[in-house]
Design a binder for this molecule. Structure first.
Ligand SMILES: Cc1cc2nc3c(=O)[nH]c(=O)nc-3n(C[C@H](O)[C@H](O)[C@H](O)COP(=O)(O)O)c2cc1C
Length: 353
């Protein structure tokens, strides 16, 4: 905890860089949480010891995959990765809102680019958990669809699944790819490339990560397109540009995506709506504001079969993983569930929308 307090005295991006370096060099205590059999889950055919994964954006360049698995995450999503290296937006671009345990970021897909990430992944050796790659397009790309396809082709052989990120608020125009026609075109191109890469073997899952700020008609269109094209699952979802309820928080007016507890209600309500829109036929990953076992449980009841977090790791440190899992297990047991799967979607989204 003293280490965490020390990190929080530094500018947020410096603290993040140091934490990542420590993780990359195995300098962070490992906290492999006990994962009771009740917490085992699967999404898109991938087996997880427990539902809790690390969300994209923490390890954009796959610099610390082994260290992050050692913290106890059962799965890790690297990225977002773009074809060419990209510096991202000018600093400062990451802000702490400590009174709400929240962050606002406008990083803008800073990453070392596809080739550097590929090289690093190729040296990983045997992995402890499931690994996914989150892909995006370069900011100045004239052909974003080609960017996504290039990243898919480059990363597919090295990971267990790929996530298509069309929901970052920090790349101008990116979120427009969530509109029906453009989304269909993008996903068709990606699914065709994916199926060619699978070459008749079982294809690795392709997931779509969406924004929490969609109009109802766009949500309905996304659900329809995802089901009809057979996207494997949805990650619900990314950071929000909404600022309601932040009050007088010092950095509340900064541009970018808000994450952490103020996002929880919004993203969980959306998860419930997508569970209903897809009739429970599409695996959903719940992300956004998870900071406790009760939060994790609410996402599962709303329809998530696996979970990710980011911001709670920044505020609570590595202890967040065993804490959330122990609480979640207790809550499932108290309600009489022998396995997590039995609780997925029991709220049907009804009470949440
Ligand atoms: C600093 C920062 C950078 C992020 N970068 C990415 C990214 O590159 N790609 C992506 O899909 N999501 C990115 N995210 C979003 C997270 O993956 C997650 O969806 C969001 O933070 C909500 O979860 P949380 O409330 O647990 O943090 C980023 C979030 C933060 C805080």
């Amino acid at each position: 905890m003293a280490l965490l307090r020390g990190l929080h005295l530094l500018p947020p991006e410096t603290a993040h860089r140091l934490a990542l370096q420590a993780l990359a060099h195995g300098l962070v205590p490992t906290a492999r949480p006990i994962a009771p059999a009740r917490l085992r889950t699967t999404f898109c055919g991938l087996e997880l010891l427990h539902p809790l994964g690390l969300a994209a954006g923490f390890d954009k360049d796959a610099a610390a995959v082994a260290g992050l698995s050692a913290l106890g995450f059962s799965w890790v999503e690297i990225g977002s990765v773009t074809p060419r290296p990209q510096a991202g937006n000018p600093r400062p671009r990451l802000f702490r809102l400590p009174e709400r345990q929240a962050l606002i970021n406008r990083m803008g897909f800073n990453n070392e680019g596809l080739e550097a990430v590929r090289r690093r992944l190729a040296t990983l050796g045997e992995r402890a958990g499931v690994l996914g790659a989150n892909i995006g397009a370069n900011k100045d790309s004239a052909e974003p669809v080609a960017d996504y396809v290039q990243c898919l082709r480059g990363l597919y052989p090295l990971v267990d699944y790929v996530t298509v990120n069309v929901s970052s608020p920090n790349t101008p125009g990116l979120r427009d790819l969530q509109r029906r026609e453009r989304l269909s075109g993008l996903l068709e191109a990606l699914l065709e490339a994916r199926d060619a890469l699978a070459a008749g073997a079982r294809a690795k899952p392709l997931l779509l990560k969406i924004a929490p700020d969609l109009a109802p008609e766009d949500e309905a269109a996304i659900a329809e397109v995802a089901l009809s094209l057979r996207v494997d699952g949805l990650i619900v979802g990314n950071t929000t540009v909404e600022r309601a309820g932040l009050g007088a928080s010092r950095h509340a007016a900064e541009a970018g995506g808000l994450s952490g507890p103020p996002l929880f209600g919004r993203s969980t309500a959306q998860l419930g709506r997508f569970f209903r829109l897809t009739g429970g036929r599409l695996p959903l990953i719940g992300v956004g504001g998870i900071a406790s076992g009760a939060d994790a449980y609410a996402k599962i009841r709303a329809g998530a079969s696996a979970l990710q977090l980011y911001t709670a790791l920044v505020y609570q440190g590595p202890g967040v993983v065993p804490r959330v899992l122990a609480e979640l297990d207790r809550l499932l047991a108290a309600d009489g569930y022998a396995s997590l799967g039995e609780a997925v979607g029991v709220d049907g989204g009804a009470a949440l929308s």
